[in-house]
Ligand binder design. Structure first.
Ligand SMILES: [Zn+2]
Length: 1153
């Protein structure tokens, strides 16, 4: 038995398999979600047609006892009075005098079965005996939070090691940059771009942006362009006295730019004097600080949850453009006349300071601060510096039309922003694995020299477009997959068969292994097995193996997983309508649980819990006329009061479940309970899965900081004063190690937690998120949840989360060929050793970023290989291995490394690295380390790969020309440089989100997509061409859309034609547009249809339903919008792109000198 018969029956590899389109949920696979849920739940068809589940579910619910009859119920007074008819005859009469929670020394007999559950031989149901089981006193010492909140350093939160070139080095550079007498005493980098945004710009009149002073002219190189150089940026030499300006070497030819007039040998003296004032910004002019900052936003995107404090309103530097400070550059070296003739006449043109630009890049605080003529304040023309939009467009037009065929080693795939098809011919699709470089240095010395991190971003269960074939399932029967004897690598296209096919040599460790007799096949004249094309594991980059029982826990095939819905029914949850909304939605959503293959119904069982400061379990067994509630008020040592009837098949228990979901909102309608607990909820779910001997997922809907007396109780420890201090890291750390331990237990059981948060205040996401994070789950946050405006987003997120492809009880290992090995991992998972990434659940959206280091030399001939093996349990309970292989080139020339890098992936890695580092280091240290590393990457290129030219020129590798702009976006992101409106919870939330993001998600998150809607062609399906994220690109007469994967902003200029406003918003004037709108009105005209379809199209592309926010120009919400115009200086002190590029240039020059 070899390849699954179905696979052979199907079309050749590379074609979509019949019946295997199931992974693509129609609702999310390319069409907008209609409003009616029923119609969109696509059937989950599972990966293989006709797949037979090898072993029936075991050990699960043999229905031994019928315990629920007569099981007494412990009720708390709250629910008992609310639900008199609910439990019916089975429930003890409502006793308003029921023992108060947590006070009894023993529990009612409903708790009897508890002691049985933990045993290997599971007894289902509660024994008939009614003898009370002794329980420890509820006051049993539990000391949550009594420990001094150590951060448990699991391997997930690894020590932040200094980035190789480290802060020390950077600060040395900084020190080296300081000039003049103020250097020693001047404050550290003032907050004008980077640092704490508190200080004021230098007032000596000497302020200047580094490198903005003058331009070396852009002269055409007479020779060929340097390898892989595309962007030669002539930047200024620092104009401070005493520093000679180095002679300009023939600069670099820049593809994409017209050759500048050749004017070789230009030295400083050849600059004509500057006479004019700096050019003002081209577009709408300075923002109107008084207006745009006038008030807190009334409604905020989901990660911005509290209005900025009043202090923020003035912003760090909200004043008018500080042109006075800059002054016209009286001396220095203005651009040479010639270069204005370059492409579109704008290359290298200088500009006046940006609006709001309050000071120099703070890395250069003292630069030019000596008395004397103020240095020039000219600025780079943004049009002359590398444009993300241009790079994205170029890649689309160059690479979007041809399929990406993976047969060739070390091929750099198209960008994530390009639509392309993938043909698997032996390497994993870039949808599964992307690398920072596809050509890696042969030696660790080279790698260190370049400072380019070697990392792979892996999304093992990625969703593929319908046109691409999903991985084939290979079944080797009882013998299981063929593996190398030594390193245990799985059979793959790179294994070498020798000795006529009787043995194979491992491509990872070179060990020779006998081919098992059943797997023997002859070789053809080229040494290839004759069945090469018949076996996915010999010819494809990605495939699956059916795992044998050896791959299962306790040598037992797993049971199908379970989903447990756990709903907070405290006052806030009920009052906001959330409880009713969830219950209503579940009634239909439960029919769309993930299914496998041609199975008619999902194998997933479901269970229900509600909670406030006690837990309510529900028996929804199909034989019951009405659901039964069982209350557990002793939460100190959580247990599940019922087994039989708790986890049920949806179809069998349909009416009981429907009845339960109808009754829950009624039962708690009048609740006054405001306190909630949290850890016991997870414990309850965990215990239920343990008892059922299955893996599963908890969907927890939670509203508040869990302050009820219970394990895992939390206190409000938010302290915004810690921001920008050395203690800031505490805000990202959990306040107790309790949740780390709980997470570990959950992972051991395969209990994944998805957390939906609806907070109205601080809930300590950093702590509540520990279990979701370490179990491979997701967190969703809906601050100030309001039914009207937020339900659409929440319901869409919930639907997608429940339906999406997910594997359970997953372990991932990445093997590498000799010479490199995986050394570090980033993502939502748990690690109990240094090699295995464990995830209770892993869904199709989750990404793991893996870093590699050399442990030996690599060779150009053999290249380097990665094999990612993911062992998981499918939604039907099938144990499988998903294998992804990727081969990379190796180089002895640094130029080859730089020619094959991928900046988007590099940014994904750097962001995750930095976001983890903030757990252990001050954010300033982290930012500095990022800048330092990138400066070294670019300096190494400059030194070793670019053709000789003056240090005054910034030369960026073609593949990395966007590194500065993207890195700047990471540096000024909410986690690393929060504005005043960003809450501690927002930051913890974003930190965790980014950690699991794939490359496409980090790309749009850090550099949002900005589309001019008024330029859209209403007759075409295409999106309007994106523009750069800068205010000066916006026109008052247009409407724009900005999306970052979490939010969609629609920005309306003050001068937009009335007709457009009428067509889009259905009102007659700008002033009538309500910015409380959370959806666009459905109007029957082409523009309205087009815009709504654009919004729908974008939402479908993202894993979370993006919130729509209408922003009117000059309205108070505009401040929020401007935060995402990432090429501009940010109100939180983040540098503009232009300034940051100048700063990077200076850093690089320091390294080179
Ligand atoms: Zn091996």
């Amino acid at each position: 038995m070899s390849v699954n018969q179905q696979a052979h029956a199907g079309p050749p590899y590379g074609q979509p398999q019949p019946g295997y389109q199931g992974y693509q949920q129609p609702a999310y696979g390319g069409q907008p979600l209609p409003a009616v849920p029923q119609s969109q739940y696509g059937a989950y068809n599972g990966p293989m047609p006709g797949y037979q589940q090898p072993v029936p579910p075991q050990g699960y619910f043999p229905s031994l006892g019928l315990p629920s009859k007569g099981s007494p119920v412990s009720l708390n007074s709250d629910t008992s009075s609310l639900a008199p008819n609910f439990i019916g005859s089975l429930r003890a009469p409502p006793t308003s005098g029921a023992p108060p929670p947590a006070s009894g020394a023993s529990l009612p007999s409903s708790h009897l079965a508890y002691s049985q559950f933990g045993h290997g031989d599971v007894q289902n149901g509660i024994p008939a005996s009614a003898a009370p089981m002794p329980r420890p006193p509820a006051s049993q010492p539990f000391l949550p939070g009594s420990a001094p909140t150590p951060v448990s350093q699991t391997s997930t939160f690894q020590q932040y090691g200094p980035l190789p070139a480290s802060v020390q080095q950077l600060s040395n550079h900084m020190a080296g940059m300081t000039v003049g007498s103020t250097a020693a005493s001047a404050p550290p980098p003032a907050g004008l771009g980077y640092g704490p945004s508190t200080s004021v710009p230098p007032v000596s009149g000497s302020f200047s942006a580094t490198g903005s002073g003058l331009y070396t002219p852009y002269t055409a190189s007479q020779g060929p362009p340097p390898t892989s150089v595309s962007q030669g940026l002539p930047l200024a030499q620092p104009p401070f006295p005493g520093q000679p300006i180095s002679t300009q070497h023939p600069p670099t030819q820049v593809p994409g730019f017209a050759s500048p007039p050749s004017s070789t040998g230009i030295g400083p003296s050849s600059y004509p004097p500057t006479t004019g004032a700096p050019r003002p910004p081209a577009m709408p002019g300075p923002p109107l600080p008084g207006q745009t900052l006038a008030g807190p936003p009334t409604s905020q995107p989901n990660h911005v949850s509290s209005p900025p404090p009043p202090a923020a309103l003035s912003g760090p530097h909200p004043g008018p453009p500080l042109s006075g400070l800059h002054g016209p550059p009286p001396s220095a070296h203005p651009p040479q006349p010639g270069y204005q003739m370059q492409q579109n006449g704008s290359f290298g043109q200088v500009r006046g300071p940006q609006p709001n630009y309050g000071g120099a890049y703070p890395g250069t605080p003292n630069y030019g601060s000596q008395p004397g003529p103020p240095p020039p304040a000219k600025r780079l023309d943004p049009d002359s510096i590398p444009s993300p939009i241009q790079v994205i467009e170029d890649d689309r037009s160059n690479r979007g039309s041809e399929p990406f065929v993976t047969g060739v080693r070390g091929q750099v795939p198209p960008l994530v922003t390009t639509n392309f098809l993938v043909k698997d011919q032996g390497n994993a699709s870039p949808r599964y694995i992307r690398c920072t470089s596809y050509n890696i240095p042969c030696t660790s010395d080279m790698a260190k020299q370049s400072q380019v991190p070697l990392a792979a971003v892996i999304k093992p269960l990625a969703t593929l477009p319908p046109e691409e074939a999903l991985p084939y399932l290979v079944d080797h029967g009882e013998s299981g997959p063929v593996r190398c004897n030594r390193c245990k690598a799985y059979m793959c296209p790179f294994m070498q068969f020798i000795e006529g096919g009787r043995r194979f040599q491992c491509c990872f460790c070179s060990c020779v292994t006998e081919v098992p007799p059943h797997y023997f096949q002859h070789l053809d004249h080229t040494g290839k097995r004759v069945d090469f094309y018949d076996r996915p594991e010999l010819s494809l980059g990605s495939y699956e193996f059916l795992a044998t029982v050896d791959y299962c826990k306790n040598n037992k095939f797993p049971s199908p997983p379970a989903f447990i819905f756990m709903i907070d029914v405290s006052y806030n949850a009920v009052k906001s309508g959330l409880v009713r909304l969830i219950c209503e939605e579940l009634k239909s959503l439960l029919d769309y649980l993930p299914r496998e293959g041609n199975m008619e119904e999902s194998a997933i069982r479901v269970g229900f819990v509600t909670y406030n400061k006690v837990l309510h379990f529900y028996n929804v067994k199909s034989s019951l006329a009405q659901p039964q509630m069982m209350v557990v008020s002793d939460v100190a040592d959580m247990f599940v009061p019922l087994l039989d009837g708790f986890l049920v098949n949806v179809n069998e228990s349909r009416t009981v479940i429907a009845s339960l979901l109808d009754q829950i909102p009624e039962m708690f309608a009048d609740t006054r309970e405001t306190e909630t607990l949290f850890a016991p909820v997870i414990q309850a779910g965990l215990e239920a899965l343990k008892a059922a001997e299955c893996a599963g997922k908890l969907f927890i809907f939670h509203t508040s900081l869990p302050i009820a007396e219970a394990p895992g109780k939390l206190k409000n420890r938010d302290d915004r004063k810690l921001v920008n201090t050395d203690k800031e890291k505490a805000l990202f750390q959990p306040q107790t190690s309790f949740y780390n331990n709980l997470a570990k237990d959950c992972v051991a059981q395969g209990c994944c937690v998805d957390l939906f948060l609806f907070p109205n205040q601080y809930v300590d996401v950093a702590t509540l998120g520990v279990v979701p994070y370490q179990t491979g789950g997701s967190i969703y946050k809906y601050a100030y949840f309001q039914l009207e405006t937020d339900q659409e987003r929440f319901l869409n997120d919930l639907r997608r989360d429940v339906q999406k492809e997910v594997g359970f009880d997953a372990v991932m290992r990445v093997r590498t060929s000799t010479g490199i090995r995986a050394t570090d991992f980033f993502g939502a998972f748990y690690m109990s050793n240094t090699t295995d990434v464990e995830m209770a659940g892993l869904d199709c959206d989750k990404t793991i970023t893996v870093e590699f280091k050399h442990d030996d030399k690599l060779s150009e001939d053999s290249g380097a290989l990665l094999q990612c093996a993911l062992l998981y349990t499918s939604c039907a309970g099938q144990r499988r291995l998903r294998i992804h292989n990727l081969s990379l080139n190796c180089c002895t020339q640094l130029a080859d490394l730089y020619r094959n890098c991928e900046t988007d992936t590099l940014i994904n890695y750097l962001a995750k690295y930095a976001y983890r580092a903030v757990l252990n280091s001050p954010v300033k240290t982290v930012r500095d380390a990022l800048v330092s590393q990138c400066a070294q990457i670019l300096a190494c290129y400059r030194k070793n790969c670019a053709s000789p030219s003056s240090a005054g020129q910034l030369i960026l590798p073609e593949c990395m020309k966007l590194l500065p702009v993207y890195l700047n976006c990471v540096l000024k992101s909410d986690v690393l440089q929060p504005g005043p409106e960003v809450t501690t919870d927002d930051r913890a939330y974003i930190r965790q989100l980014v950690t699991s993001m794939d490359v496409a998600e980090t790309n749009v998150f850090f550099y949002p997509r900005l589309l001019p809607l008024t330029k859209a062609d209403v007759d075409s399906d295409a999106l309007p061409a994106a523009i750069r994220n800068s205010e000066e690109r916006l026109s008052k007469g247009d409407i724009y859309l900005l999306e970052n994967g979490l939010n969609i902003f629609v920005w309306v200029g003050v001068n937009v034609q009335q007709g457009l406003i009428q067509n889009l918003f259905g009102v007659s004037s700008f002033s009538q547009i309500s910015n409380a709108l959370s959806t666009l009105p459905v109007l029957d005209n082409p523009f309205s249809k087009k815009v709504r379809s654009v919004v729908d199209m974008l939402r479908v592309q993202r894993s979370r339903y993006m919130k729509l926010i209408i922003v009117k120009q000059e309205d108070k919400l505009e401040m929020l919008f401007k935060h995402f115009l990432v090429e501009d200086k940010s109100l939180s002190g983040g540098a503009s792109y232009v300034d940051f590029l100048c700063h990077m240039h200076k850093e690089i020059r320091q390294l080179l000198s």
